[in-house]
Design a protein around this ligand. Structure first.
Ligand SMILES: Cc1cc2nc3c(=O)[nH]c(=O)nc-3n(C[C@H](O)[C@H](O)[C@H](O)COP(=O)(O)OP(=O)(O)OC[C@H]3O[C@@H](n4cnc5c(N)ncnc54)[C@H](O)[C@@H]3O)c2cc1C
Length: 247
């Protein structure tokens, strides 16, 4: 019999995880106080770019895994994903192009290219450009919800859970994708809102299993700061590996 999974949270983290679990044959229910557009995820832009999230080594690994999936989604016009050129500038000296950006074809922009730009940022000394996925969140969150439900998943407007053990005991495993809501739900007082609701955690994204008082396992997946979309598929993949091991 398929094992059943409850995901708390219907922002980008919960919906992406939901898609993975449901498409892998798990009976999956998403429970949330707010759904899709009403969440912090609905307020994002959202560009693929590793920004304001820790720890750097894991963040880059999760980001690159997500990049691959997102680039693939461009083929589906209903996904709301497209590519956009992103430019990063520095005011003095040479610009440091990160290794991961090289691997995605980042190129340092020459001064000839710069002067031909209509918006020529002459106060900058160097820049690089890179092509990255851009998610139209209005379309993309609906696309994820739709894909999740087509794979057999259910989305439930559950109201607010006071504790993780409140999830119906018929679910074998709980995934905590509560974003900033994890502050109360997982008693995580380092978790703070930074620059317009970004759920930032000083010690980094929390992606790990924990035992609940009722004996079930919860896998936490929150604290993505300014990179929730950028990390979404990489984190969901790791959550899925941990869930498979826990079940
Ligand atoms: C202005 C802005 C711009 C951004 N731009 C980008 C960008 O360009 N690229 C990028 O990658 N990231 C960006 N981010 C960051 C990104 O939006 C967040 O990291 C991401 O939305 C977090 O998603 P999440 O699913 O983890 O949490 P959320 O979207 O906050 O979802 C949390 C879910 O949990 C539910 N919940 C919480 N507590 C409870 C509870 N106790 N009981 C029941 N349900 C609960 C909520 O109702 C909600 O459904 C931006 C953020 C902001 C604010």
């Amino acid at each position: 019999m398929a094992r059943s999974i409850a995901i708390i949270g219907a922002g980008v983290s919960g919906l992406t995880g939901g898609v993975l679990f449901a498409e892998r044959g798990f009976r999956t229910g998403i429970f949330a106080e707010q759904i899709g557009q009403q969440t912090t995820s609905g307020a994002a832009a959202a560009l693929w770019f590793p920004y304001d999230a820790e720890p750097v080594d894991k963040v880059i690994r999760w980001a690159l895994a997500s990049y691959k999936v997102l680039v693939d989604l461009i083929k589906d016009p209903g996904s709301g994903v497209s590519m956009i050129e992103l430019r990063q500038y520095c005011r003095a000296g040479e610009i440091q192009v990160p290794d991961w950006a090289h691997s995605l074809g980042a190129s340092v922009m020459s001064s000839e290219v710069e002067t031909s730009l209509t918006i020529s940022p002459s106060c900058f000394s160097a820049s690089f450009s890179i092509s990255v996925p851009l998610m139209n969140t209005t379309i993309y969150l609906d696309y994820l919800a739709d894909r999740f439900q087509k794979a057999g998943g259910s989305i439930n407007d559950s109201g607010r859970f006071e504790k993780l053990e409140d999830v119906d005991s018929k679910f074998d495993l709980v995934i905590n994708c509560a974003g900033i809501g994890a502050r109360e739900l997982a008693h995580d007082v380092v978790l703070t809102e930074r620059v317009g609701f970004r759920p930032f955690r000083k010690s980094g994204v929390r992606l790990e299993p924990e035992k609940l008082r009722d004996g079930r396992t919860v896998i936490h997946n929150y604290g993505h700061g300014g990179s929730g979309f950028t990390l979404s598929w990489g984190c969901a993949g790791e959550v899925s590996d941990l869930a498979t091991a826990a079940l």
